[in-house]
Design a protein around this ligand. Structure first.
Ligand SMILES: [Zn+2]
Length: 231
């Protein structure tokens, strides 16, 4: 009896949504295309995952970013090395920040980055540091290898350009913060890095940082696998 009522309620809700009586905000509606203006919600990650196999949809979502906030080049699928074919990829040149080096990213990773930067990273920078991030330093996104270089481990997300390793941030006011020097800082630099990590956990499938193990003492691994994994 109770389940019948629940089903009726769900059907009613479905009809109400369909008829536009109830409006579900785009960031909570799994069927609505991802738009970079939308705040990051758990549904955002579902949308990012769906774009893994949808190059056109993913590029269309990237094109919702104003040109002044994103310079990228779509790349054709190719295999930089025999064991690591890349597909649905772009080259990220700059966004609202410069990078120490352009990098190859799966299209969903590029999109997750832009969402992260707009909705988490830059707001945290302004609130905590009183200045926006001007440059992000990283040590790469693509590497044809297994996790931790182990022979019998599964493929790293870096083998498909689905993760970026970030080592530090430079701000418009000239300040520079690195994970290796400031993760344990008790002032605003440390506070900013922890906010940057926590914000990343919303936008990326997983974030692994210095709290997890020594291998990540100097960088955040921002990857697409998983669902809000935060270490
Ligand atoms: Zn990594």
């Amino acid at each position: 009896m109770r389940s019948t009522l629940l089903i009726l309620l769900l059907i009613g809700l479905g009809v109400a949504v369909q008829k536009g009586i109830i409006e579900i905000p785009r960031q909570w509606a799994p069927w609505a295309p991802l738009h970079v203006d939308d705040p990051v919600t758990p549904v955002t990650q579902l949308k990012l995952k769906r774009l893994e196999g949808d190059r056109e949809g993913c590029l269309a979502a990237l094109d919702t970013v104003p040109e002044s906030e994103l310079r990228y080049t779509p790349l054709a699928d190719y295999s930089p090395t025999a064991n690591c074919p890349l597909s649905n990829i772009v080259r990220m040149q700059s966004s609202s920040v410069q990078f120490n080096q352009s990098f190859v990213a799966s299209c969903p990773l590029a999109l997750a980055w832009v969402m992260y930067e707009r909705h988490e990273l830059q707001p945290a920078a302004e609130a905590i540091m009183g200045s926006r991030v001007r440059q992000v330093d990283h040590v790469g996104s693509f590497a044809c290898r297994n996790i931790y270089h182990r022979e019998n481990a599964r493929r790293s997300e870096h083998a498909t350009a689905e993760a970026l390793d970030v080592t530090g941030f430079r701000f418009e006011n000239g300040q520079r913060i690195t994970l290796i020097n400031h993760w344990n800082d008790e002032g605003e630099a440390g506070e900013f890095l922890r906010a940057a990590r926590d914000g990343g956990c919303k936008a990326f499938g997983n974030v692994i940082g210095p709290d997890y193990n020594a291998a990540h003492a100097d960088h955040f691994h921002l990857g697409m696998r998983g669902f809000r994994v935060c270490r």
